[in-house]
Design a protein around this ligand. Structure first.
Ligand SMILES: NC(=O)c1ccc[n+]([C@@H]2O[C@H](COP(=O)([O-])OP(=O)(O)OC[C@H]3O[C@@H](n4cnc5c(N)ncnc54)[C@H](OP(=O)(O)O)[C@@H]3O)[C@@H](O)[C@H]2O)c1
Length: 243
């Protein structure tokens, strides 16, 4: 472990991100930086003894975060990007073409695809000179084109599929300068969080994971990754999901 090694959780206000921070802070292996939009969600995390950083995820604020990490000579060991939405103010996951609305599609793509890529773009200089950065971005199995036999959820599915493609580009770029970097697009299973809450009725209780259980499975999968210069698209069992 280098003196400035650090774990970073972006979207730390998410139920999965928070559970991960709780887990990692209990282990106490190294400093953790938790990044979220709201002071309220960070105030819940602060008592865990982690560093917090409020950020609106704009290019300007992410650039400021990147400069701060550069100045600290931060060596990122684990970077997890949790941000994602399935529905929002005035829109629900679409079941049919006649429900597609451009403004809703834009919002879902903004948070599920553009935001994580903005984080990677702005933090790239730090990632590129970190010793062995393992990067995990919360994707979803429904982002798999090959696995899509049901249809529906147009924007959510497509935003995660686009995310996966951009992560593939990123790993190809990254491995030229830092062969020890690894990127994973991850499906956590169905987890009991605000995101899945409206859709849990059809999920068998044994298939609905608590955030703590999801964090444990995530940790097992992340720590099993070899730095092979590839993008892995994995589920909570560590099994590969078809593109
Ligand atoms: N729960 C599941 O069953 C499930 C299944 C498959 C995949 N996933 C994926 O897992 C990830 C975490 O989800 P979760 O279930 O833990 O959800 P959650 O508790 O509802 O958390 C939502 C996350 O999205 C971010 N977010 C929401 N609105 C945003 C906005 N307007 N601008 C920027 N960020 C915004 C939040 O950022 P802040 O922390 O900054 O507030 C937070 O990180 C998501 O990417 C989701 O797609 C979840």
């Amino acid at each position: 472990m280098s003196v400035n090694s650090l774990d970073v959780v972006i979207g730390a206000g998410s139920a999965i991100g928070r559970a991960l921070i709780e887990r990692w802070s209990r282990e106490g292996a190294q400093p953790i930086l938790a990044v979220a939009r709201s002071a309220d969600s960070l105030s819940v995390i602060e008592p865990l003894g982690v560093q917090t950083h409020q950020c609106d995820y704009s290019e300007a604020e992410l650039a400021a975060l990147a400069s701060q990490l550069q100045e600290q000579s931060a060596d990122i060991s684990r970077l997890v990007i949790c941000n994602g939405v399935l529905q929002g103010e005035g829109y629900r996951p679409e079941r049919a073409l006649n429900q597609l609305k451009t403004s809703a599609m834009e919002q879902v793509f903004e948070i599920n695809t553009f935001l994580p890529m903005r984080v990677l773009a702005l933090l790239a200089p730090v990632i590129k000179r970190s010793a062995a950065p393992r990067i995990a971005v919360l994707s979803a199995r429904v982002g798999s084109i090959g696995d899509n036999s049901l249809g529906g959820w147009y924007s959510y599915r497509a935003s995660k599929a686009a995310l996966n493609m951009m992560l593939r580009c990123a790993v190809l770029e990254m491995r030229r300068v830092n062969p020890a970097a690894k990127i994973m697009a991850y499906h956590p299973g169905t987890v009991d969080t605000p995101l899945s809450q409206p859709f849990q009725a059809s999920v068998a209780p044994e298939k609905l994971f608590s955030p703590a259980r999801a964090a444990e499975a995530f940790d097992t999968v992340l720590s099993s990754l070899a730095a092979d210069g590839e993008l892995s698209y994995l589920d909570w069992r560590g099994e590969t999901i078809p593109w």
